[in-house]
Every structure is written in C-alpha cells, then in structure tokens.
Design a protein around this ligand. Structure first.
Ligand SMILES: *Cc1c(COP(=O)(O)O)cnc(C)c1O
Length: 347
C-alpha cells in the first residue's frame, strides 16, 4: 500500500472486469452499420428497456451521444439552453456550434446542478423575426462540475414542464444517470421519463472500456442513427464494445453505492482540514470537490501527486476526487491519510 498510486482523477480510469474481458472475447458479431450485430442489438434493447424508452443507439462516447442528440433535435441556427456548468458547454469542444451551427445559451446552474424553471422560461425565445428559435433544453444528472450533484425527479420535472409548455424538447446528459438512480434509490427510468432523449456512459463508473448509449423514441433514434453515421460513428463489429456494456448493466450498477459510500468517507476524513474547504453534506454521489485556500490549487495537486494521490484540477482553486471500481475502502483510508499529511505541511 505504501507506494501504491491511488488514482482519484476520474471514474474514466476504470479497467474492464474479468467478466467483461471474457464477454468481449466470446461476443457474437456482425456489421452494425447494417444492423447485423446481434450483441449491439441486444445492448440497445436492454438499455432502452432500463431507461424506459422505445429505442437506443450505441455511440463511441458521451460526447458523440450528446452531439448526435443535439443535431437530431435541432435545425441549424437554433439555440440550445443549458447550464453554465454543463459538460456540453465546457468539455465538448463546442461541437454543437462548430458542426451543427447551433447557439449555446447558458443559464446559471445552482450549486446542486439545477436550473431554475423561471430562468429557463425567461430564456425561451418568443416568435420574433429577430430571434433564433429555441430548439432544446439540456439537463445533466449527475452534474459533473457541480460535484456529482444529483437531480431529483422533481428537479427534472419542473424544468421539463416549462419546456413542454413551449413545445421544446428536453435532452438529459445522464453520463452518470445510474449514479443518480442509485443515490436516490429510484429506478433509472424515473429520472429519464421527463426527457425526450437521454445519453448515458458505459465507460465511467460502469467500467467499460468504450461506449455510450443515446435513448429516446423509435422515431428519434431512427433519425439519430443517420447523424451518428454523419459524424463517423457508424461502427462495424461493435459487439465487442456492446458485450462489455451488457455485463456492465447486469453487474456494475448496484455496486455504485460502494463508490458513493467511499466518497462520503473520504469527504468526512478531510472535513475541517486547512488549507482545504469542503462540505461532506454536499457529497451526493462518487465525487468530492475541494476548495484549496492560501496556496495555488495546482501546487497542492502537485504535492498530492508526489504523495501518490492523483486529483483533477477543475479551474480556480478547485480540485476534484472521484471514487470508482478498483478503489476500495482501504485505498480511501490511505488516501485520506496521505492528503492529511500533505495538508499539514501546506496550511
Ligand atoms: C464524461 C461526460 C460526458 C462525455 O463523455 P465522453 O465519453 O468522455 O465523451 C458527457 N457528460 C458528462 C456529464 C460527463 O461527465
């Protein structure tokens, strides 16, 4: 344990389980562009069923699922409403603007990743010759830049109701929607039902090597399939990806609770420890956001790295720690001890 590197940068560093590797090796395959890969077809059916949607589409990444969703929902020149901390806004290379001709208009996210329904309503464009058309409202659950915050069914419904009243569709970036479902103890379909489309990731806490699913109505997914092809996401024997996805949906969802318990444990072990500031009560899923006071956060991150604890720099004075498959309770206890040691010489 003494020299082990404890990598808490992200749940994307997770490696596939032995059962996934075996399923990948044995997967029944075909050409998925021709819809002839039985393993992809099975994963898409299972994913749609779990999310309570009619259909689903396997894509290469969460970014691709979100881009394809935005292209499918919106005409060029439309405006997309989303939170100012949204992943789509910060981390997806403005693909919607560059490739889709879409405007991204931000509304402030509160600290728990929510959009205020009144702010959404005020941002919706009226039918005026001067204005772009509001084409889509996007939500995110769990909310990455808001520290893994969980949107409740009521939070989602409040915004969706406003959008529906104006005839505007809702896309849910649910890269970690299974974390949200586990945190709330509700079926994932309850968190998806207010959205017209939902994207979720296989390659984060679910520990697959690759993949994301976009879910929605059959009509919507039929059109999305063509946009996926347009952006180069039509894959051939993609059953080697889907095989791991099927194992993940079967075996990796319930264990997310362990990651949440570990994040809580870590936050409690670091509370009230200068130069760090964090509120353990704000930890709702598998992320712990830290504010560093007095020394540059980048420098503190470097010192943690030297002590064998890897964190992500989130801008400003913020660092992020993420728990995931492969990180055990003993690793968390060790990480907390190392962080406390670094803090005691940095305060
Ligand atoms: C990771 C993530 C994505 C994008 O997923 P990639 O597979 O990395 O492209 C989208 N949204 C959120 C909230 C994410 O955390």
């Amino acid at each position: 344990m003494a020299n082990k590197i404890i990598d808490l940068r992200s749940d994307t560093v997770t490696l596939p389980t032995p059962a996934m590797r075996q399923a990948i090796a044995e997967a029944e395959l075909g050409d998925d562009v021709w819809r002839e890969d039985p393993t992809v077809n099975r994963l898409e059916a299972v994913a749609a069923g779990k999310l309570g949607k009619e259909a689903a589409l396997l894509t290469a990444s969460g970014t691709m699922s979100n881009l394809v969703a935005l292209l499918t929902h919106c005409q060029r020149g439309a405006e997309v409403l989303l939170g100012d901390e949204a992943h789509i806004f910060h981390y997806e290379v403005a693909g919607a603007a560059a490739l889709g001709g879409l405007g991204l208009r931000t509304i402030s996210n509160d600290s728990r990743g929510r959009l205020h329904p009144k702010d959404v309503e005020e941002a919706i464009r009226l039918p005026d010759i001067h204005h772009p058309r509001t084409g889509l409202v996007c939500l995110e659950n769990t909310h990455n830049r808001c520290g893994g915050a969980v949107l409740s069914e009521a939070d989602t419904e409040a915004v969706a109701q406003v959008a529906r009243r104006w005839g505007i569709p809702v896309h849910l970036d649910g890269a970690r929607i299974f974390n949200a479902a586990v945190a709330l103890g509700v079926p994932v379909a309850n968190l998806a039902c207010q959205a017209d489309s939902v994207a979720f990731s296989l390659c984060k806490g679910l520990a697959c090597p690759v993949g994301s699913l976009l879910c929605g109505s059959s009509e919507f997914i039929g059109r999305a399939r063509k946009y996926r092809k347009m952006v180069g996401g039509g894959m051939r024997q993609a059953g080697i990806i889907a095989a791991a996805g099927l194992v993940a949906l079967d075996t990796m969802v319930d264990r997310l609770q362990e990651d949440h318990d570990n994040a809580k444990l870590l936050a409690e072990g670091l509370a009230g420890l200068p130069p760090l500031r964090l509120d353990p009560a704000s930890v709702q899923s598998n992320m712990v956001n830290l504010e560093v006071e007095g020394i540059p956060a980048i420098e503190f991150q470097g010192r943690l790295g030297q002590a064998g604890v890897l964190a992500t720099y989130m801008g400003g004075q913020r660092l992020r720690l993420v728990t995931h498959y492969g990180i055990e309770r003993a690793d968390i206890e060790e990480a907390a001890q190392r962080i406390r040691a670094v803090a005691s010489v940095s305060g």
